[in-house]
Design a protein around this ligand. Sequence first.
Ligand code: ADP
Length: 468
Amino acid sequence: MNITHISAECYPVAKVGGLADVVGALPKYQNNSSISSQVIMPYYDVKFTQANTFTSVFKSELSIGDLTYKFNILKLKKNNLDFDVFFVDIPNLLFKDYVYSFSDTERFLAFQIATLDWMLSWDKYPDIIHCHDHHTGLIPFMLQESFKYESFRKIPNILTIHNAQYQGWFSHDNVNLIPSFNFDNVGLLDWGGNINPLAAAIKCAWSVTTVSPSYMEELKTSANGLESLLSSESSKCSGILNGIDSNVWNPETDSYIVKNYSKKTIASGKKANKKELCDTFNLDIEKPLFAFIGRLVDEKGSDLFPEAFKIALKNPNISILLLGSGNKEVERKLEALKKEFKGQYNAFIGYDEKLSHIIYSGADFLLMPSRVEPCGLNQMYALRYGTIPIVRSIGGLKDTVTDISEEHGFGICHDNVTVTEITTAIKRGTKLYEKQPEFKKIRTQIMKIDHSWDASAKQYINLYNSIN
Ligand code: ADP
C-alpha cells in the first residue's frame, strides 16, 4: 500500500508546532514490508533546506486564476529521514523564510495544485492520500470535483484535523483560483458564506480523523463554527491519539540534553539537566521548577500567565521558566516579570528546539492550562522525560493525564482555565514536590507510560484498509 501524506509542516524540515512532529513520525512508523509511506510538503527557505542538497524530479507550470507559476518537485540527494519526502518548490510564492503568514491562500492553494498536477504524471497513483489540516483541505474537493483531476476520483483520501481553530477561509470572489469544476457543486466549498478549506475537506474526504478521541467529541460542540458540520458528518469521523517519536524523544539517547538518563538513572539525569537550566536562567536548583513550552496564544491559556505567575511567585520557594513566542502583548508582560522575580522566574521568548528538550528533561513540572488542546504532544514528551504534567483536562490532555487523586494517577489536572485554577494547580505541585518519596515514585512511574507511535500507526492502517 502506498500512502502519500500531504502537509505544510514536517519535522525536522519545517516545524511550527505539533503538526510537524506528527507528519515527521507517522510515516516512519507506517513503513514496513507491505506499506510505503511518503510525504509531500512545500520547499521553504529554512535551515534544513539551506543545509541539504536536492535533485529535481519533475518540472512544470501551474495555473492559479489568471497567473502562471513555474514549479519544481525536489527530492533530497541524501535522505536520512527513514521515509521519502518530496518538496514542492514554487519560487517567489512558497519559497519563503517562514511557514505561515497572514495571507497564505494563494501559497497553499498553489502547493496543492502543484502536488496534484505532479501526481497526474505518476505511473501508479497512491493507494491513500492523507491530507493534514486546512492547508491541504482543498485536495479532497479537487480530487472529487475538478475536471482536470478526473482520473483521481477513486483514490481514497483522508483528512486529519490537527487543529480546527484554523480553517483557511477566503472569499468566494477568489473561487476562480480553484481549478474548474462543476459549479452546481460550489456549495461543497462553502461554510458560512466563505470558501472554507477545512469544511470542504470534512465534506469531501472519505474519512476524517482528529488527533484524540476526546477532541473529536468536543468538536461537536466547539469547533470555531464547524460544530454542526462535524456532527452531521460524524459517521465518517474518528479520533486517533497521536503518538510520540521515541527515536527523537528519548532521554536515554537525546543528543540535545546535557546528561542522558533512564528510569534507573532518572535522579542524577534530571538533576544534571535541571542544573543546566538553573545555571543558564539564574534559578535555584533546590526549588521545584515549573515550566511552559509552547505558542503564546489564547488556545494555550498563556494570556493568563502574567497574572497567574505573579501570584504563584509570591511563594519564594518555587521557580518558573517559560519558552515560547506569539502574542506580543503577552510576550511583553512575560519579559517584564523577569525584573520583578529575578532568581525565581525567567523566560526565553522565541523558538528553540534544543532548549525545549533540556526543559522537558530538567523541569519538575510542565504547565499546560490549554483552552483547546486537540492532542498535545508536550505532556507526552514530559511523561517520557519524567516531568509531571499539570494540565487542564481537555482534548488529548484528558485522554493522557490522570490526576494524582485518582487510582494510579500521575499528573495534576484542573477543569477550567482561570488564574485561580492555574495557581491552585501550581500549589498542588509544590506540595507534591515537598513529599519527595512520592514525587520521585511518580516521575519514575510516568517514564514507563508507552505513548510511542506503534499503536496509533496501526489504527491509521486499519482505517486505510477500511476505505481502500
Ligand atoms: P501545537 O501544535 O498546538 O503548537 P503541540 O503540543 O501539539 O502544540 O506541539 C507543540 C510542539 O512544538 C512540541 O514539539 C513543542 O515542544 C514545540 N514547541 C512549541 N513552542 C516551542 C518553542 N518556543 N521552542 C521550541 N519548541 C516549541
